[in-house]
Design a protein around this ligand. Sequence first.
Ligand code: NFS
Length: 651
Amino acid sequence: MADDRQRMPEDVAIDAASVAMLKKADADGVPHDAFSRADEQGAPCAFGSNGTCCRICHLGPCKISEYVPGVCGATLDTVVARNLLREVAAGAAAHSDHGRHLVLMLKAVAEGRSTDYAIRDEAKLRAAARAWGIEDEGLDTLALAAKAADLFLSEFALQEGKLQTLRLAPKPRQGAWERLGIAPGGVDATIVQALHRTHMGVDHEYKNILRGALKASLADGWGGSMIATAVSDILFGTPKPVRAKANLGVLEKDKVNVVVHGHEPALTEMLVAASRLPEIVAEAKAVGAAGVNLAGICCTANEVLMRHGVPVAGNFLQQELAIVTGAVELMITDVQCCMASLPEVAKHYHTKMVTSSPIARNADAVSVHFDPANGMACAKDVLRMAIANYARRDPAKVSIPDARQPLVAGFSNETIFNILGGTFRKSFRPLNDAIITGRVRGVCGIVGCTNARKGRVDEYIVTLAKELIKRNIIVLKTGCAAVAAGKAGLLTPEAALQMAGPSLREVCEAVGIPPVLHMGSCVDNSRILMAATYLVEEGGLGNDLSELPAIGAAPEWMSEKAVAIGHYFVASGVDVVLGHPFHTMGSKNVSDYLCGEVAQETGAKFHYISDVNDAVEAICAHIEKKRDALGINQKSERKLYDMKDRRALNV
Ligand code: NFS
């Protein structure tokens, strides 16, 4: 048993496959996993969790309290707000650097420097050009791609003026950002400014700092992430509905299993293509395997799931457990959410650990050099390492849980438009009408991570989604929350329809969408922002995002990226429910602003709700309040129109 396990496997996860692998880890003598390390940590440091530890200069670290400021005089409110803004900046940086890499790749493809990749979705490129105001008359695909890449790069590099990407938002929202002074300029400059204003001795006004957090988050949601999604679609294809499977049982006993883990899709796209090459399949067969099986963890998984139907081995807290199956020949990680512990776990099995990003190495893993110019060669090398490692697999140590849930993913907005309106009259109208008539009460985006310290993994996420669809609220999913839903069968349209309330079910069956829609990775929360924008633009649900009967939830979040995402939803006018608070509880003023006063400025706020049943009630109440304000909750008499009435309607 893990040396420091205090909670039993059944106490930490609802998913039987994870429970089984935790038990196997104990039996195999793996000394630690994320859950046992969480137990070992014990109660978190109160100064850290309250956000009252200040270590931004070397007068400190200072332990701040209501009565004791820092050596420099920084108060509780200043320190808590400053720590939060730094988290937002880090989250925004992670998403945006990912976006930048994709734009550089688009530029390389456009300039013929990266022949392994291509423009897969010209329609998306042309649509993006229109959305960003790029003149595309007479330009061929590559010339337009070059122009788009330059514009996107300038969004990162901009020194004066505001992000052009903000123009995708509804006009009143853009006006609100201007009025509040939170419309960001260039992505890089905004993040630099966030770090600057939180340096010792700069910004001391907590509300000003928190507005800085909203601004930095907008540079992520409507900047770096929005661009990352657009460019991923242009380069790799806009997702369409695709059937696949999720959970550790997607690993295959008789194949060379390669797990892709992290966030950036560039190399992973090549691994998918390479794994299907006859020469690679033949090499796998030559070592006695039936072929190569790719499976994903975290958001890299979501990227290749959405575009290629590559199965998902698991979400965040299953990364160590995938190795514990004993059936993984190689795990390749890129950036973000890849635990430092992976090579330690891998030492107990035959799994080879490989890293592919120069900024995300691990001393105990092999690092490969990947750049877009050598994409296919690098992918083949990685697969060959995996194939060579197959012989080292110890059959006595292999136990793959019998858990693979079928699912449908791939709900980009383009797909939703097509499904709702058909190819020739793309439209959100049927969804707007269903919301206006009350058959669909509203929309909830359930996003974010899983957390080893907060209840049983996946439980809040899954229960919330089930309860909301039961109450006729349609659910949009991204990130690890989407994978949790997949493992629980909520992305199997037939099963989810059974669980949905009668009127939601009727609408979903009529228009052909499931009640829980997997919209992609965490950068694809930008798709949720755009879905909300399309609902506003379609008409009948107010003029701004803040008027929509819509809300976001991050029940089991843990990363700084989730902090940034929460902030850009609130800055965009969409309330957010968090299953546990930010590290702000040390300052009543900061918490009160985030969970109260900010609504007077952006039209939305945070709700810290630890109990899932309370969250269900709060979300339904919020949606009904928005419906009341829109005047769509009044029961209207059903009226039969004659020709004269129709003319009078002037439509
Ligand atoms: Ni999002 Fe995706 Fe998962 Fe959380 Fe990590 S993988 S980017 S941060 S843990 S949802």
